[in-house]
Design a protein around this ligand. Structure first.
Ligand code: HEC
Ligand code: HEC
Length: 421
């Protein structure tokens, strides 16, 4: 784990715990903000935590909220969102609609699953999609940052879950479809570095794969386009829907604990999360600057700006979904944070980057989202909010690698994770 230049992390091991230093007075705000580099607490961040509730007041709040959230979502208390935000209620994930250009068939999705696990497609024969998108790690990799990722700087591996519902893939939204995303992942030198012709040649040497392609693609032999379609089709089958919050939405009031109900209400109202994390997957699909761009520093990542070139997009990243987020730490595009640190930062109104003297009149200086404001939440509130995010956890699933078809001259080698850091 690297330390950032320009400050000493006061915390023992990894820099991501710098931000976590649990509330000791206001000190953690300074610690947390210093950790993201050249940042200073927003003057408005001085908002003091609101008083904690007594046990009796808390029990009464739970009673009222259980009553309110037992009703259909259309009758839930109105969320706290800023004027102009087009929000959708959080709720059950809908059926996936597969595109007409790549309709679902069971044979195609199954072929895609095998390809997802098959490291022989990569240039070195050792890396598969599953090396970085591990089903047992919430379809992410549990690492801070992955390999340098082609055109983009080092980034945290997101889950592939619910990507069927995204219109923009990757943290900066540079891929407009899962097909485009798969093509990039396969050929990106920093990922699988696969050569199109080599992949097709390889698959053609496998009677097993030839049969599977014929079954999935009306008798056709393996092609690169078919590989891409099959993997994208498989990705669209990986969706959420088995969390305790989902059970609650289906009418099982006992599926969520008291703290989680309090957290649900905080999420929708006093913590203002619904300004960006809304809809069934808890993402508005839009791009926002949370102050984590490290503008002007070695670790700078301007996110969306690299794709659109628009000044307003400097430092903006796509709002990630929050379903199963507790299984995909470390968090954020740079993988620097644990959940408690993220919540502490939101409570402080997030990071306000400090302009260096030479940046005083810099018109390109990234502008933090106006939706972020100090929240004044107390320790109880933060714990409740964290508890609610825990209720979005999918049950852990133990997915074993499927047996792969033999390829002439290609032994199946152990699939590896990329070199650690
Ligand atoms: C070396 C690790 C690695 C490998 C191998 C890899 N990925 Fe990724 N994947 C990443 C990282 C890192 C990102 C985020 C990159 C970014 O946003 O710039 C990503 C992003 C994605 C996304 C976008 C998710 C979102 O929310 O937008 C999908 C989907 C995905 N990968 C699927 C795949 C598939 C399919 C394969 C195999 C063909 C694959 N990945 C191989 C590391 C990897
Ligand atoms: C202004 C829009 C906005 C608001 C308001 C907002 N978020 Fe976020 N959230 C984002 C964006 C954008 C990211 C990714 C930022 C990045 O990586 O630079 C993110 C990232 C996260 C992550 C990390 C997810 C991951 O997979 O890495 C968590 C957890 C999170 N937000 C929870 C919350 C909670 C809880 C609230 C309310 C207290 C909240 N957010 C309010 C936009 C927002």
């Amino acid at each position: 784990m690297h330390h950032l230049p320009g400050f000493a992390c006061p915390c023992s091991a990894a820099m991501r715990c710098g931000i976590l230093a649990v509330a000791r007075g206001a000190a953690w705000i300074a610690v947390g903000l210093a950790a993201v580099g050249a940042a200073e607490p927003d003057p408005r961040a001085k908002r003091p935590p609101r008083p904690e509730r007594s046990a009796a007041a808390r029990a009464e709040a739970v009673r009222q909220l259980r009553e309110a959230y037992r009703r259909p979502p259309a009758q839930w208390p109105a969320p706290h969102v800023d004027p102009g935000v087009e929000w959708r209620e959080i709720g059950l994930v809908p059926e996936v609609v597969h595109p007409e250009s790549n309709p679902y068939t069971a044979a195609k999705a199954e072929l895609g699953r095998l390809l997802f696990f098959d490291a022989r497609l990569s240039a070195a024969g050792k890396m598969a999609c599953v090396s970085c998108h591990e089903p047992n790690l919430g379809w992410a990799d549990g690492r801070a940052v992955s390999q340098p990722h082609g055109r983009s700087p080092q980034r945290n591996t997101p889950t592939i879950r619910n990507t069927a519902f995204r219109t923009h893939l990757f943290w900066d939204g540079r891929a407009g479809s899962l097909e485009q995303q798969v093509e990039e992942a396969l050929t990106d030198p920093a990922e699988m570095a696969a050569d199109r012709d080599a992949v097709v040649g390889l698959l053609a040497r496998s009677p097993g794969y030839r049969q599977l392609f014929a079954d999935a693609f009306a008798g056709r032999s393996p092609s690169f386009a078919a590989v891409v379609e099959a993997v994208a089709c498989f990705e669209r089958t990986i969706v959420s829907g088995r969390s305790r919050f989902d059970r609650f939405l289906r009418g099982d009031a006992a599926a969520v604990a008291d703290a989680e109900i309090l957290g649900l209400d905080l999420f929708r109202r006093d913590a203002r999360c619904m300004n960006c994390h809304h809809g069934p997957t808890f993402s508005d699909g839009r791009f926002h600057d949370l102050g984590l761009s490290f503008y002007g520093r070695r670790t700078e990542d301007l996110g969306r700006h690299a794709v659109t070139g628009a000044e307003a997009d400097r430092g903006r990243f796509r709002t990630p979904g929050l379903r199963d987020v507790t299984h995909t730490t470390p968090l954020m595009h740079n993988g620097m944070f644990e959940l408690s640190g993220v919540l502490n930062m939101y409570n402080a109104g997030m990071v306000t980057l400090k302009r260096q003297p030479y940046q005083r009149d810099d018109p390109a200086f990234p502008v933090k989202s106006p939706h972020l404001k100090p929240l004044g939440l107390n320790r109880q509130d933060l714990a409740d909010l964290a508890a609610f995010l825990g209720a979005l956890e999918e049950p852990r699933q133990r997915v074993l690698p499927p047996p792969l078809p033999a390829i002439e001259g290609e032994p199946v080698t152990a699939t590896r994770q990329p070199p650690g850091r």
